[in-house]
Ligand binder design. Structure first.
Ligand code: THU
Length: 128
């Protein structure tokens, strides 16, 4: 299986674990790390709606809890398994751990973070 097939299938599988009783919109996210791990996440909603955690939040938590590292490839899907785009906030989360070169499988094909979050604010802005 190619890396994109593997990631999409991991994202689909984890979307089945989503806790989305309010929107009924399940999301699964999966990414590959530079050292070959696959990290995943699903959305976790809350009765206090604004506290909802996107699937990407869970994925980043798993990345850090599992030893950290850089993300090299990413995709996310809805409950039907269709590719979707990460929301604006989550693009920023992904930028932090993948940077400009992180590749994403999007509904329009493979794109880089630099393409989907142009002129990003990031760690380099805080380094003088
Ligand atoms: N959602 C994600 O998990 N990731 C995104 O990038 C887009 C939105 C979730 C949050 C909420 O539980 C549901 O999708 C509807 O917005």
């Amino acid at each position: 299986m190619g890396r994109w097939d593997e990631l999409q299938s991991a994202a689909r599988e984890i979307s089945g674990h989503a806790y989305a009783p309010y929107s009924d919109y399940r999301v699964g996210a999966a990414a590959l790390t530079a050292d070959g791990r696959i990290v995943v996440g699903c959305n976790v909603e809350n009765a206090s709606y604004g506290l909802t955690l996107c699937a990407e939040c869970g994925l980043i938590s798993q990345l850090i809890a599992g030893g950290g590292g850089r993300l090299t490839a990413f995709c996310c899907v809805d409950g039907s398994g269709r590719l979707i785009m990460p929301c604006g906030r989550c693009r920023q989360l992904l930028w932090e751990h993948g940077g400009a070169e992180l590749e994403l499988l999007t509904p329009l094909g493979i794109r880089t973070m630099a393409e989907i979050l142009p002129q990003a604010f990031g760690p380099h802005d805080l380094m003088g």
